[in-house]
Design a protein around this ligand. Structure first.
Ligand SMILES: *Cc1c(COP(=O)(O)O)cnc(C)c1O
Length: 420
């Protein structure tokens, strides 16, 4: 069989997206998270004295704490485009050592970090990169690799656990010197933890296998490791034990690690030289950057350990949903590995959007029943699911409040059904 036929046969064997992410719903839509606005109920204003808001929409919502703000105010800075900001240089050294890479570079965002990696790995016109079809790089980065880097992507079917099929990977690698019709594969990207699949941790054996295939064909492996620190904490390993299987990685400082801005891009010295160049072209060369790097240093040095609290709280919440009486929620507990919980509703007729509205507003009934009002903000998510994300701004007590609220909503939903 030719490569084409083989990969086509493999493609039809893969199931639909909603089936794959374990959610049986009719239509598949990629919801645009930042268009949604929750709460806003008039009831909230009336009872604002009794209200608390727990924001589980994303771990990007974290506020820098006291120590970060102090470090930022006191940072010694220089012009980083000249390479003369001591605080940035320190952060880059800390990151490189921690990741087990030769060098690292501060970039403004995860999106820019991934784009720079694509630009540096795929310099030649006609290069192609291979990504998961439900990866952040493919879905949520505006196709920047095509739009700005001129790089073509081909996709692999993302599995429920965030991995992809290795035979499918190998079938998609080609070298243009063998066939004039084909682009030349240069790069394969993995995502750890996998965002859309609910914070899934990629198994080390998978990373080893991807790397072995990449080495065999002379292509690079880039990890979109926005939440790779969550993966390291969940597996109880050093981040370098994960990252050593990749040539390059981008790691967000501004998610669970709590910094206000920034991503560390890491790789070989030569790769980082190319990355500095590409960052400047994208407008990411920043001057007295040490003010941000000071927060980044605290994120890497002091905030990694606490991620396990987020994981514990996420599990507690997920488990409580499965035990909720009356039942309203369905959670696949095996998918809850880190700080993200995805669940779906078992009651027909209650939309994910309406449910998020109910969680996000406080009714008089709630105050009467619980003696307090809690707004819990969550996002409707892909495939009919709802997503909740734990971070430094949500404590164990907050998690208990969120559980109470979820139980209260389940009661209300069943009560209304009974009286309808
Ligand atoms: C958040 C995220 C990014 C991008 O980060 P930004 O800093 O928002 O650009 C990339 N990949 C994954 C998996 C993410 O979750």
């Amino acid at each position: 069989m030719s490569v084409f036929v083989r990969s086509f046969v493999r493609c039809v064997k893969f199931r639909s997206v909603s089936e794959r992410i374990g959610i049986d719903c009719g239509s598949f839509r990629v919801l645009q998270p930042f268009r949604f606005c929750h709460g806003g109920s008039r009831a909230i204003a009336e009872s604002s004295m009794l209200c608390r808001t727990l924001d589980l929409r994303s771990d990007t919502l974290t506020q820098p704490g006291e120590s970060m703000r102090t470090a930022m105010a006191q940072a010694i800075v220089g012009d980083d485009v000249f390479g003369e900001d001591p605080t940035v240089n320190e952060l880059q050294k800390v990151a490189a050592d921690m990741f087990g890479m030769e060098a690292a570079l501060f970039v403004p965002s995860g999106t820019m970090g991934n784009l720079i990696a694509v630009m540096v790995h795929c310099r030649e016109r006609g290069s192609e990169m291979i990504v998961g079809d439900l990866s952040h790089m493919h879905i949520y980065e505006q196709g920047g690799s095509a739009q700005l880097a001129g790089v073509h992507s081909t996709t692999l079917t993302t599995s429920v656990d965030g991995t992809f099929d290795l035979e499918q990977l190998e079938s998609k690698i080609h070298h243009s010197n063998r066939d004039v019709h084909l682009p030349c594969s240069r790069l394969v990207c993995v995502e750890n933890t996998h965002n859309i699949m609910g914070g899934r941790v990629l198994p080390i054996t998978f990373l080893q296998q991807v790397r072995a295939i990449a080495d065999k064909h002379g292509i690079a492996v880039h990890m979109d490791g926005a939440r790779v620190m969550n993966a390291a904490v969940a597996m109880g390993v050093h981040p370098s034990d994960i990252l050593k299987h990749c040539h390059t990685a981008s790691v967000c400082l501004s998610k669970g690690l709590g910094a206000p801005v920034g991503t560390m891009l890491a790789g070989s010295k030569e790769f980082i030289q190319g990355a500095v160049h590409a960052r400047k072209a994208l407008g990411g060369g920043m001057r007295q950057l040490g003010i941000l790097a000071a927060a980044g240093k605290i994120a890497l040095l002091d905030m990694v350990d606490r991620l396990k609290e987020d994981h514990r709280n996420a599990k507690t919440f997920a488990k409580a949903l499965t035990q909720c009486d009356p039942p309203l929620y369905h959670v696949d507990m095996t998918s809850v590995e880190t700080n993200i919980v995805r669940f779906r509703l078992q009651v027909p007729g209650l939309s994910q959007t309406r449910f998020c509205e109910l969680m996000g507003e406080v009714s008089k009934e709630e105050i009467d029943a619980l003696d307090q009002g809690v707004r819990v903000l969550m996002f409707p998510y892909i495939g009919g699911a709802i997503r909740a994300v734990w971070h430094v701004g949500v404590s164990e007590e907050d998690t208990q409040l969120a559980i109470k609220k979820a139980q209260f909503i389940a009661q209300q939903v069943w009560l209304k059904k009974a009286t309808n």
